[in-house]
Write a protein that binds this ligand. Sequence first.
Ligand code: PGA
Length: 241
Amino acid sequence: MRKIVIAGNWKMYKTQEESAEFLNGFLPTLEDTPSDRDVVLCVPYTDLTVLSQNLHGSRVMVGAQNVHWASEGAFTGEISAKMLTEIGVRYVTVGHSERRQYFGETDDTVNQRLRAAQEAGLTPILCVGESKQERDDGDTENVIFEQLKIGLEEVDQNNLVIAYEPIWAIGTGDTCASEEANRVIGLIRSKLTNQDVPIQYGGSVKPENVDEIMAQPEIDGALVGGASLKPESFARIVNFN
Ligand code: PGA
């Protein structure tokens, strides 16, 4: 049985005060949320403790947005897996396209970060996806297969989530057609040794399209950016039909 995982990705949004306000609005909306789904919030480092303290005993799990591969060392600006697990973090996104695009993340560093996360007991969410140019050139499958091949080397597929996020659909309002997302996610699954790895779709998921996306047979969840910033819209997504 594949697990359903709905994760918010706050990116570089929300101070501690704003994150506490979000929780006040969001937590009461989870009373009737079906138990078949994991709910995760991947937030800026400074918000992790606030969430961890306030989510104790709730069903929402705390996630970070990156993790370094070394257990400690001279890596200014980075954070280790142990520093995250110490404060109750359970999930971490790795290889988000914004990290790849703006911060030089490569498939190789993504792979190292994934393995370090798993060794510390975190569940990594590996993000893959093609650019508009790569899609137009007919390279979608090749790009994603390469990201998976290098990214998943020696990675434990029993403690992993994958997010298919076409770059052209992120933050643009231009969602990938749900049938197409379903098709690509099916192809990703065909490359895995463990068929139970949950595979999310990400890219302009919102209250208006979440039901249709989640109705697709291959799609096991969503990674949600913009629409996870407001309690009411993320609540609607988490409570998809
Ligand atoms: P979006 O972002 O929902 O705002 O498109 C998704 C993501 O970057 O994970």
